[in-house]
Design a protein around this ligand. Structure first.
Ligand code: C2E
Ligand code: MG
Ligand code: MG
Ligand code: MG
Length: 283
């Protein structure tokens, strides 16, 4: 498009574009040191039983506190980390932190069950020994592998090596969930190919509840598929009491969203665990 805009405009465009790529380059190199400088953190978002709002687990979500830019969102730095390969170390670090935190929470709860969900990047599977490394991180953390849920996205599931990885971890008791379910055309075929026990309904569909007919239809269809395959369903991005009530009416059992809690630092998550999430009024 810049080509047709005349010389002056093309230069402005190029300036902005090169500033953006310089920016990304800078961020990439900063990312290489982020972990060693202690700039990364893990926040936790409660996953609740929708009928009672009782916390049944947490999703671990990585945060980067950049010394100059402040908080860089994962949607910006995870793709960069995937490009550079830094995601392997970051992903293992997040998994270790989350599993140690879970072990601590279970001691606090005198052994009461609690789940931890950790996102897994497809790039982490590039290493030949990915399964062994991942298992080692979990086992050394003191967490019970049966409490650990690895969330994979649909595009990562396309990789052929996923199956062997998943089979090995599944044999050790680790569970798999398909994240952002429904946004890819190939959603259904992955259910057939992966040892998945749970699907997470993408928040773009939850956003349309209760009034948008297509979104509601998709949510109903996902629930029906999940029921016939004996999968649990977690609805993501629940923001309003109306969405919560509608999901309960549709028979969805688990969910997470700002209505219950945003992702919070470990201490706040512990407080939520002990006190419970605030009860939404309308549901
Ligand atoms: P995700 O795994 O689908 O995580 C859910 C995202 O939805 C989180 O965004 C969470 O903060 C956000 N969310 C939860 N409830 C609500 C809500 O009610 N409304 C809205 N608008 N958003 C809500 P976050 O933390 O920014 O993470 C974005 C994505 O980055 C994650 O999506 C995941 O794909 C990726 N990510 C985050 N941490 C990690 C990590 O440690 N490893 C990998 N590989 N990816 C990660
Ligand atoms: Mg996730
Ligand atoms: Mg998701
Ligand atoms: Mg996502």
């Amino acid at each position: 498009a810049a080509k047709h805009a005349g010389r002056g405009r093309a230069e402005v465009f190029d300036d902005a574009a090169s500033r953006r790529s310089l920016d990304r380059l800078q961020l990439r190199s900063d990312l290489a040191f982020a972990s060693a400088r202690g700039e990364l953190a893990v926040h936790y978002q409660p996953i609740v039983e929708l009928s009672s709002s009782r916390i049944i687990g947490f999703e671990a979500l990585c945060r980067w506190h950049h010394p100059v830019r402040g908080l860089v969102p994962p949607d910006e730095f995870i793709p960069l980390a995937e490009e550079t390969g830094a995601i392997t170390a970051i992903g293992e670090w997040v998994l270790g932190q989350a599993c140690r935190q879970l072990a601590g929470w279970r001691r606090l709860l005198s052994g009461e069950r609690l789940g931890i969900s950790v996102n897994l990047s497809p790039v982490q599977l590039h290493q030949a020994d990915a399964a062994a490394r991942t298992l080692k991180v979990i086992e050394e953390s003191g967490a019970d592998p049966a409490d650990v849920w690895l969330e994979t996205t649909e595009h990562s599931a396309i990789r052929i090596d996923v199956n062997e990885f998943a089979t090995t971890l599944r044999a050790a008791g680790v569970h798999f969930a398909l994240d952002d379910f429904g946004i890819s055309y190939s959603s259904l075929s992955h259910l057939k190919r992966l040892p998945v026990e749970s699907v997470k309904i993408d928040r773009s569909f939850v956003a349309g509840l209760p009034d948008t007919a297509t979104d509601r239809g998709i949510v109903r269809a996902v629930l029906a598929i999940a029921e016939s395959l004996s999968l649990t369903v977690v609805a993501e991005g629940i923001e309003t009491p109306e969405q919560h009530a509608d999901l309960v009416a549709l028979g969805c059992q688990l969910g997470q969203g700002y209505l219950f809690s945003r992702p919070v630092p470990p201490d706040e998550a512990t407080a939520l665990l002990l006190a419970g999430v605030p009860q939404p009024s309308a549901a």
